[in-house]
Design a protein around this ligand. Structure first.
Ligand SMILES: [Zn+2]
Ligand SMILES: [Zn+2]
Length: 92
């Protein structure tokens, strides 16, 4: 089952709520957290085997995939340390 996370930067107040991550019923594809170096957002995107993952916002491939259990990440907007918190609920 996949889950959801929230991203929050207290420095510039950039926030993203309810980002879906993880695996559903199938092993592939799965949703992975990323930070986009092009449009400077945090989000999740589907990882397909043999395909380059792209930002789900701007479709650029200049993204850094983050581990599902990442809890600290530098904010894509201001570069300050921001937090990722797991959220209740699941998807499959
Ligand atoms: Zn920030
Ligand atoms: Zn982007």
């Amino acid at each position: 089952m996949g889950s959801f996370v929230d991203f929050k930067c207290k420095f510039c107040r950039y926030e993203e709520y309810g980002i879906g991550v993880g695996r559903g019923k199938a092993e592939m594809p799965f949703l992975s957290l990323y930070r986009c170096n092009h449009c400077h957002t945090i989000g999740s995107t589907w990882i397909h085997e043999g395909k380059i993952p792209r930002c789900s916002n701007c479709y650029d491939d200049a993204i850094s995939i983050l581990p599902d259990d990442a809890r600290r990440v530098s904010c894509p907007k201001c570069g300050e340390p921001a937090v990722i918190t797991p959220k209740e609920g699941s998807w499959d």
